[in-house]
Design a protein around this ligand. Structure first.
Ligand code: SF4
Length: 102
């Protein structure tokens, strides 16, 4: 469980740079650096699509496929704070978990 700070402000789940999703999945099975990871849960906020109105979570569950990260224990992120980046991302591959550390 982690508090997520996320710069992907055009994500459906983003509210004031916090994440409103109850759980996210980070991908990056062969990642050795953060830019090779991504937030699979990203959904682009399209014009006309209703914005997420819920409040950001302070304890989001993070399933993580980046097995080379030091915070990954059995596919779950153990870091208390996580930063996700990817300003103006249009697809999940343009986001990344900046907390990744190998
Ligand atoms: S990109 Fe991922 S971490 Fe950021 S708000 Fe969207 S679902 Fe949450």
């Amino acid at each position: 469980m982690a508090k997520i700070v996320c710069t992907v402000t055009n994500c459906y789940y983003n509210n004031r740079m916090g994440c409103c999703a109850p759980a996210i999945t980070v991908d990056g099975n062969s990642a050795v650096e953060s830019r090779q990871t991504c937030c699979e849960t990203f959904i682009e906020q399209k014009p006309g699509v209703k914005s997420s109105v819920s409040e950001p979570n302070s304890n989001t569950e993070i399933k993580c496929g980046a097995v080379k990260c030091v915070f990954n224990k059995a596919g779950i992120c153990q870091s208390a704070d996580v930063v996700v980046n990817g300003k103006n991302a249009q697809v999940s591959e343009e986001t990344c978990c900046s907390t990744f550390k190998s």
